[in-house]
Design a protein around this ligand. Structure first.
Ligand code: NAG
Ligand code: NAG
Ligand code: NAG
Ligand code: NAG
Ligand code: NAG
Ligand code: NAG
Length: 247
């Protein structure tokens, strides 16, 4: 009788373990990402896939429902690609991976992270374009991709990020023109596009952000832009460009 009870209890806990395991997809995603990275200083040592969820792992923060809301791995000396699987961390708010040696493209699926507030991938070795899909993350306040090897043009879809406060894309290899849709970003405080290969003129819609928006720094220096900017009347603390041309 007693052994039967014990067996039933064991079976029940095995069952609940199995249920927990099948629910721990966020842990699976992060563990898969851990395996794809080189981690010479073992900062990911606590990322143990046998735990029921990743909420006790270092550098991971969860909400009260045990769903991941932050990954904090800035300056962690990790290298490797960003797995598209990260797009499954549906409650993620902060992806802080700056100052590493991440390479390869920014996965377009990150556009599925509709709760993201901050995407900090600056100072890595990322290549390829900014995915157009990032323009769908309406919660995004900080998009800092500077100092990578990103190419292509700045997607006009970024003009849909109407909560954006910082757009820092400097020190990449972006070409094409500055999209006039960025003029929709009335919340923008910092727009840094310097040290790319941008061409064309700075759209008036963007310049006007200094008057109708909150823009305090616009840096467009060291591109291939045609300059006809007159800055003296603008409420901007700094417009930094190569040379002012008055025509
Ligand atoms: C936790 O889950 C409950 C029920 O699904 C939901 O109502 C609540 O908003 C969630 N809380 C957070 C912080 O996501
Ligand atoms: C991403 O979002 C799209 C549209 O909502 C959906 O069809 C797709 O399944 C999602 N992909 C992942 C990996 O969650
Ligand atoms: C990044 O781009 C620069 C200049 O285009 C190039 O010299 C460098 O080799 C590239 N680095 C990587 C890691 O692709
Ligand atoms: C986002 O921006 C693009 C280009 O500016 C535009 O075509 C599109 O309709 C906008 N809205 C959404 C929801 O993507
Ligand atoms: C931008 O550079 C890519 C190569 O990286 C090239 O294919 C494309 O035509 C360029 N676009 C513009 C507008 O110069
Ligand atoms: C501009 O900044 C102020 C002060 O931070 C803020 O109260 C206001 O809502 C901002 N305006 C916009 C359009 O974001």
């Amino acid at each position: 009788m007693r052994s039967k009870f014990v067996a039933a209890a064991v079976l029940t806990s095995l069952l609940s373990l199995a249920i927990l395991a099948s629910c721990s997809t966020e842990g699976d995603i992060l563990y898969k990402q851990r395996l794809a990275w080189k981690d010479p200083y073992n900062v990911l040592q606590s990322w143990d896939p046998t735990l029921p969820n990743p909420c006790t792992w270092f550098h991971v923060t969860c909400n009260m429902n045990n769903s991941v809301i932050r990954v904090d791995l800035g300056n962690a000396q990790i290298s490797g690609p960003l797995l598209p699987d990260l797009g499954g961390l549906v409650n993620l708010q902060y992806l802080e991976l700056y100052g590493n040696s991440l390479f390869g493209p920014i996965p377009a699926i990150l556009g599925n992270l509709t709760n993201l507030i901050s995407l900090d991938l600056w100072e890595n070795l990322l290549t390829g374009p900014i995915p157009t899909s990032l323009g769908t993350i309406s919660s995004l306040r900080f998009l800092r991709l500077y100092q990578n090897n990103l190419t292509g043009s700045i997607p006009p879809s970024l003009g849909n990020l109407t909560s954006l406060q910082e757009l820092k894309l400097q020190k990449n290899a972006f070409n094409g023109s500055i999209p006039s849709s960025l003029g929709n970003l009335k919340t923008l405080r910092f727009l840094k596009l310097n040290e790319n290969m941008l061409t064309g003129t700075v759209p008036l819609e963007v310049l006007s952000l200094a008057i109708v928006g909150n823009l305090t720094e616009l840096n467009i220096a060291r591109n291939n832009l045609d300059g006809t900017v007159r800055s003296s009347e603008l409420r901007v603390t700094a417009i930094i460009q190569d040379e002012l041309k008055t025509t």
